[in-house]
Design a protein around this ligand. Sequence first.
Ligand SMILES: [Zn+2]
Length: 291
Amino acid sequence: MPVVPIREILDRAFDERYGVAAINIVDDLSLEAVLEAATELDAPLIVQTSVKTVKSLGAGPLMSMWRARADAVPVPVSLHLDHCPDRAWITTCLEAGWNSVLFDASRLDVEENTRQTIEVVAEANRHGAHVEGEIESVLGVEDGVGSDDAAEVHPVEVSSKFIADTGIYMFAPAIGTAHGLYKKTPHLMPERVTEIVDLHPIPMVLHGGTGLREDQFTDLIARGCAKVNISTALKIAFVQSHREYLEANPDKNDPPSLLAHVKGAVKQMAIDHIGMFGSAGKAGSLSASAR
Ligand SMILES: [Zn+2]
């Protein structure tokens, strides 16, 4: 069974300090492209959907599309709901079969965020699913969620208490990254990952990775960022490859060759990131150890 709880993918990645790409897909073509990339590299993969994508495709049709394709791949894969501030959509996705969710209550104060996250963890447990939590919003708006104002960064003890009180499986700390493309060089705070992991050894999640250098990814992964989200890079590959093809072939009205070009570009983007994060070749031995 290639669709597994996210824990089966991330426990080992966190222990061995490699990163698993968590890629935000937007449709069936991008889903197929990233699954092919993971298969080719024998890598575990996390597929994510934004709430916007769930709303536009529908949770039921999206789940059918996911099962139809994910059940056929030979590597372990897991489906995650990215930044979701809305409890009703969390419930919809958990009931539909998502393996994990990011309950994004970072706009609330820590106390209320903690109270609600405890409820979401209990709800997810009933479905055998896992929860990602955050208390500091990641800078930048992504698919309609988030803010362009710099978030307050709490002392790591506050993060540690939030993790302990809520029982979340993974945590997205503020480390100076931002969603979208960087307008200026980010000021990273990688030591926060180490400090939180020292207090609470659970997988950390890296948001806003598009535009970081390879050595920055490598450093953050070595500190415990086992889940590395990729959203903007997919959007760029998806849109630019359409543009490229249409500019090169202004008179061609051949959807299959346009789609093949786009799929190739998205797949290559996924291959580049999975390779950079160190998870290539980690799928086979995972399924062997699970047997
Ligand atoms: Zn994010």
